[in-house]
Design a protein. Structure first.
Length: 132
């Protein structure tokens, strides 16, 4: 290697390392209040109405109604603790804990339970003033 180019090597290494950093940090966060607009129960898509709140302190609550195909609307409540690292979200209730992936597209967030297909999906739409 030519000695006059060796001074660039540390700078290039630093740039390469910084470019790889931050992958675990979410570009977006669920913190705030969302409209609960959809739920898939074992792959069966169901419209939903209600709200979902994810606090900075790590608590969450989803409250509303879900309408399974051919059935009347049923009340839906899910609450407990949540955490997010990158695109992974852990939701822990009194009876269960699950790992979910989250995908943000525009003002929507889709949480998909990690596991065998078909799986559960929660669809949310942001309330712009409440999302941080």
């Amino acid at each position: 290697m030519n000695w006059k180019h060796r001074g660039w090597l540390p700078l290039l290494l630093a740039i390469a390392l910084l470019a790889g950093c931050g992958d675990d940090e979410p570009a977006f966060t669920l913190t705030g209040t969302w409209d609960f607009i959809g739920f898939a129960d074992q792959g069966i898509a169901c419209p939903a109405t209600g709200s979902a709140t994810f606090s900075e302190g790590g608590d969450f609550e989803i409250v509303g109604e879900v309408t399974h195909p051919g059935d009347p609307a049923e009340s839906f409540t899910m609450s407990g603790a949540w955490s997010q690292t990158g695109n992974r979200v852990t939701l822990t209730t009194l009876t269960d804990s699950g790992e979910w992936t989250v995908r943000y597209v525009g003002d929507h967030a889709t949480l998909t339970l990690v596991g065998d297909e078909p799986t559960d999906v929660i669809r949310l739409c942001c309330r712009a003033a409440d999302i941080k």
